[in-house]
Design a protein around this ligand. Sequence first.
Ligand code: PLP
Length: 381
Amino acid sequence: MIYLDSAATTAVRREVLEAMWPHLTAEFGNPSSHNEPGVSASAALADARARVAAVLGCRGSEVVFTSGGTEGANLAVTGIALATPRGRHIVTTAIEHPAVLESCDYLERFHAFEITRLAVHSDGLVDLRELTDALRSGTTLVSVMYANNEIGTVQAIAAVARAAHAVGAAMHTDAVQAPGSLPLDVRKLGVDALSISGHKFGAPKGVGAVFLASRIAIEPLIRGGGQERGRRSGTENVAGAAGLAVALELAEQARMANTVGLAEARDRFIRDILCAVPSARLTGSASSRLPGNASFTFAGTSGESIVVELERRGIICASGSACAAGSDEPSAVLLAIGITPEVAHTAVRFSFTEALGIDDLAVVARELPRAVAAVGAGRTN
Ligand code: PLP
């Protein structure tokens, strides 16, 4: 099987599983307990926190472990907005993940926030001038994703954060697609909050982390025993945190070693597909793009049928965002970049990491035109 759906999820890495194992077996203590197993669990949690903080370039006390990207975005957006309502105004974009968009909808409906949802250019990039125009002195929060999960467009987060701070607004970025691909230093990015999710980079599903700068007030979403400095109650997932730390370190090492090579392989793949399939159009930006994302539309076909056809040939990819899977609605992200609903239904996304062999992409480049032709010839499912 050639797996090109790493934007949806990844396998747990062996090193990660090995780091987790002791905390699921012999060292099973509750980090809040004062007995010996508890103290040892607490030390393991502190170690994981410090290692995540080292990659993010922040203090350990600024890292909150969560259940994943959805919770991290909910905590950052809702938690910051409710703790410091200021002018009750949030600026975000039309192409955010539902974890951000629905947090904004909630604040609008139940807490009288005004939400500005910025349109984006046809390559998925936010217009910095439009963003600046939307900001006002009372803006509470700006939430702009680092990289889009469907089309791979990477935003100029440091510039967005500077604009947000110029009016005193806090800045959150949904960085779920960034580990292993983009720099994560929160001080260089200039953000106040950044959320990540373990299962996108070799840790298990159900564990994530959010950086919350110490200067930012936060209203918790989960109340209880006061764990995570009161920002996220509930007995901590020690094994998950230990695994997340190792996975994040490995992703960062891979990024430093390999991003250019991966981006080159992606560009070769994109060129091959655009050349071999006349109906193929790249979605997203050609230049400001995740190194492991190649996504296309194939007008006149069906994305779903191409995915099934490729799967028959041992190639796994996606017809849309996994988060929106199960829905027949065209992708809101594709509509936001100006693609018609009809063409949006022909989208296929290939997402991969450095673990993929270069030869694998060549196999896909050979099989995809055949799959598109088979679908076009009516051999759909
Ligand atoms: N944000 C983005 C950009 C994502 O791609 C995803 C998942 O696909 C999420 C948030 C949600 O993360 P999780 O699955 O950990 O809840």
